[in-house]
Design a protein around this ligand. Structure first.
Ligand code: TRP
Length: 458
């Protein structure tokens, strides 16, 4: 279905469907891969605490701001800002989101490609006792042809779902599978915390040492919160624009942030005990960390060898689908824009933008051992994928979040936003708190973080 004009736009089937779709956008590799990786590199429990504060004080209010913009204007991010602030440059925030979505998708789909390839490994019984997880990861990520092919496969899947349109494409997937993923994660967490030697990992993850908190930890935590909640680039504006006028926004925000955070927390509860129990070092950075640790855990699930096979296959299938319900929101921002503003057909938009994303992603696919200089960029030291994540998956989202909160708080106005929230639900729970957060706390905190980062970098 086409997004159509604001008057005859496709809408989500129900509030539950919307919450699930938004949660589907939020829950993805950011939770299972990003959160433990960032927490591991940034001090464990201290990171967790800063992260939780960031979600509540910054993430949730910005999410509400994005949803309100989307539902009020019923437009793509560029069109939304043009409507609310005609003749100004605010639409550039939306444009940044369109570009950002395509770029984030470019490396996201590399990681998701590894996930697809792990489905095959798991199903063929690779995750059994004595598994050499490092060797498996190298086999998957460091050979150019498979790395690029899986990346391509995932982009094709994403384009295919986006072609189906909002209701038929996105909703159907998320409804059943999200809850199953949650239950599976609970089971894996139980297995992880009962491994011999898990206690040290739990301590690392749950006993904060605040002396470890510095500017870098705060930047990573806030960036991770934006990434995980799909904020800062118009994805929630786009999803909000498909939300029917009947639904309450504040409770939706509560559900989505709560669910997303619970899943990230569970992922940490799975990864850190396993890491310590199996002797990995949590600060071994690099995008492969989670992909190296998980097979070790899966291989310990009884009865051998079927436990690893069944749970492993189930887990990576669900992770692949969680990644898909996220990646479609990355592509959907650009597609909605191209259909609304450029009058492209949905098909052309999805295929063309998908193709660009694929090409931009090729260096990321080659940055994990396939090509040496991409694996360790000269003068920067990190791999290309991590660099892309740092710039577009973290820094740019914070810039976007800053602009969006400034826009809603000081340009469009909290009064108008409040009217939109109340328009249908009748009430606006927590309005006062939201106003303080979006006016002062979000802009100031985000501005300070950005300035500090720029000073530290240059
Ligand atoms: N939130 C998703 C995840 O955690 C990734 C994602 C989807 C995203 N859409 C986004 C990140 C928009 C930033 C902006 O995996």
């Amino acid at each position: 279905m086409d997004p159509g004009t604001p008057q005859n736009r496709d809408t989500w089937g129900s509030k539950t469907a919307f919450i699930l779709a938004a949660a589907g956008s939020a829950v993805g590799l950011g939770n299972i891969w990003g959160f433990p990786t960032q927490a591991g590199m940034n001090g464990g429990a201290a990171f967790l605490v800063v992260y939780l504060i960031a979600v509540v004080a910054i993430g949730a209010p910005v999410m509400l701001a994005e949803l309100v913009i989307g539902r009020h204007t019923l437009r793509n991010p560029v069109g939304a800002f043009k409507q609310l602030a005609p003749g100004t440059s605010w639409w550039l925030i939306g444009a940044m989101g369109v570009v950002g979505g395509v770029i984030i998708l470019s490396f996201y789909s590399v990681l998701a490609g590894w996930t697809l390839s792990y489905i095959v490994r798991a199903a063929t019984g690779a995750f059994k006792e004595g598994v050499d997880s490092q060797a498996i990861f190298t086999h998957v990520s460091a050979r150019p042809v498979p790395a690029i092919s899986w990346h391509l496969a995932f982009i094709v899947l994403t384009v295919w779902v986006v072609l189906g349109g909002v209701r038929d494409g996105i909703e159907r997937w998320t409804k059943v599978l999200m809850p199953i993923l949650f239950i599976l994660l609970l089971l894996l967490a139980v297995r992880a915390v009962t491994l011999p030697g898990a206690a040290t990992g739990l301590e690392f993850y749950l006993k904060p040492d605040f002396s470890a908190v510095d500017g870098r930890v705060i930047l990573s935590a806030v960036g991770q919160a934006f990434f995980s909640l799909s904020l800062g680039m118009g994805a929630m504006i786009t999803y909000g624009s498909y939300l029917s006028k009947k639904e309450g926004l504040v409770s939706s925000v509560g559900w989505v942030t709560g669910f997303d955070t619970a899943i990230a927390f569970l992922a940490g509860l799975i990864i850190f005990p396993t890491m310590f129990a199996t002797g990995f070092d949590p600060s071994i950075s690099g995008p492969g960390m989670v992909f190296v640790v998980l097979p070790s855990l899966l291989s310990t699930i009884p009865p051998a060898p079927y436990g690893g096979l069944i749970f492993g296959t189930g887990f990576f299938v669900l992770l692949g689908i969680a990644a898909l319900t996220s990646s479609i929101s990355l592509l959907e921002v650009g597609v909605t824009w191209a259909v609304d503003e450029k009058k492209w057909s949905r098909k052309k938009a999805a295929i063309d933008l998908g193709a660009i994303s694929f090409l931009v992603g090729v260096p990321s696919a080659l940055a994990n051992g396939a090509v040496d200089w991409l694996t360790s960029l000269p003068g920067i030291g990190m791999d290309f994928l991590t660099l892309m994540f740092t710039i577009f998956g973290s820094f740019a989202l914070i810039v976007g979040g800053l602009c969006i909160s400034l826009f809603v708080a000081w340009k469009w106005g909290v009064g108008a936003a409040g009217d939109e929230v109340r328009a249908t639900a009748g009430t606006f729970p927590l309005e006062r708190i939201w106003i303080v957060l979006i006016r002062f706390v979000c802009p100031l905190a985000l501005l300070v973080i950005l300035i500090k980062t720029l000073f530290d970098t240059f």
